[in-house]
Design a binder for this molecule. Structure first.
Ligand SMILES: [Mn+2]
Length: 330
């Protein structure tokens, strides 16, 4: 999206918002901090217009509880009360992941997944940006003042999607945005401490079990972690507690691709991470999506080991791990 396309899209977005008397702000199911931070930041800005009805809704009942410091976190509902006018979708690569039927409503799609299917009437999708909140920030700062509340939400989302400013998406511009958000009232230290100092016990208990399951394949270039439903019940973990477990698998020196497979009632949820390999190819082969180095999908079955075999096979077929090269490089 070049400068001109962006400016045009922002104008169209602004018009959609101005013309809507009610707005439903949605984000993807099993939301991560970028999804909710982006949604709540936009909510904080739009609700200043008292002539509009604004709601923020997520289809999943289990939200990452440590995000309760985000302004208006307790306004997040799990069903939509408005069923006409505009939907703003945040951090969501395809319409199915919204978890709601939005019918013929107009959609403003704000995202940074390069697999985004452009399902909106206006699509502002910038894959080069580190977070959807960075996209939202660039959109809204062009025509409104970013309040401290919105800045807090956008900064938290950016911090999380860049894994504390360590991912390959981090560049000079990301630090500029972070700095502007701090200037606008986000407290960097406070937000960081919510992310790093408030883990629930269940998240460490499930991590312990998850790490025990770690298995290595292809000369230790692939690491795989499996989590059963029993693991979840026994530790009291909920989905947000398992977020980030896959990063431990990728952190091993020899590992190029990390897989985390989680058994749920609705099939097996797969998270993929890599150091250089484009794992979004694997995800899209199974109907999922994501980014080059972080992607995911759901397999409609419930046998974990079978799921792992299917994925390992797909990695082979796609030629993503070159055995000779991976041996040489170590
Ligand atoms: Mn994101």
């Amino acid at each position: 999206m070049d400068r001109k396309d962006f400016q045009n899209a922002v104008k169209k977005a602004q018009r959609l918002i101005e013309n809507a008397s009610s707005v439903t702000i949605l984000s993807h199911i099993n939301p991560d901090p970028d999804a909710l931070g982006t949604a709540l930041g936009i909510y904080a800005l739009l609700r200043q217009d008292k002539n509009k009805k604004i709601e923020v809704v997520n289809a999943s009942k289990e939200l990452p509880q440590f995000l309760d410091f985000l302004p208006y976190f307790n306004h997040i509902k799990h069903k939509m009360d408005y069923n006409e006018n505009l939907v703003i979708s945040c951090d969501c690569g395809n319409a199915d992941r919204l978890g709601f039927e939005v019918g013929k409503r107009e959609i403003l799609n704000i995202d940074h997944h390069y697999s985004n299917t452009q399902y909106g009437n206006v699509n502002i999708v910038i894959p080069e940006y580190a977070s959807s909140s960075q996209v939202a920030y660039e959109v809204f700062k062009t025509y409104c003042t970013i309040t401290p509340e919105a800045a807090t939400c956008f900064y938290a989302a950016l911090l999380s999607d860049t894994r504390y400013f360590t991912t390959s998406s981090v560049n000079e511009k990301v630090f500029d945005v972070a700095s502007e958000l701090v200037k606008a009232g986000a407290s960097a230290a406070e937000i960081s401490s919510h992310f790093t100092q408030r883990r629930p016990l269940s998240s460490l208990r499930i991590l312990q079990r998850a790490l025990e399951s770690l298995a290595l394949y292809e000369d230790a270039a692939i690491a795989c972690i499996t989590v059963t439903q029993d693991d979840m019940y026994a530790t009291g973990a909920i989905m947000p507690d398992v977020d980030g477990v896959v990063d431990y698998a990728r952190s091993l020196a020899t590992v190029e691709i990390a897989i985390c497979a989680i058994q749920t009632e609705n099939g097996i949820r797969i998270s993929l991470r890599s150091k250089k390999t484009d794992v979004s190819k694997i995800a899209s082969a199974f109907g999922g999506g994501g980014h080059r180095l972080a992607a995911g999908f759901t397999l409609k079955q419930n046998k974990l080991q079978e799921a792992v075999s299917i994925i390992l096979e797909k990695i082979k077929v796609l030629g993503l791990i070159d055995e000779k090269n991976s041996k040489k490089s170590r």
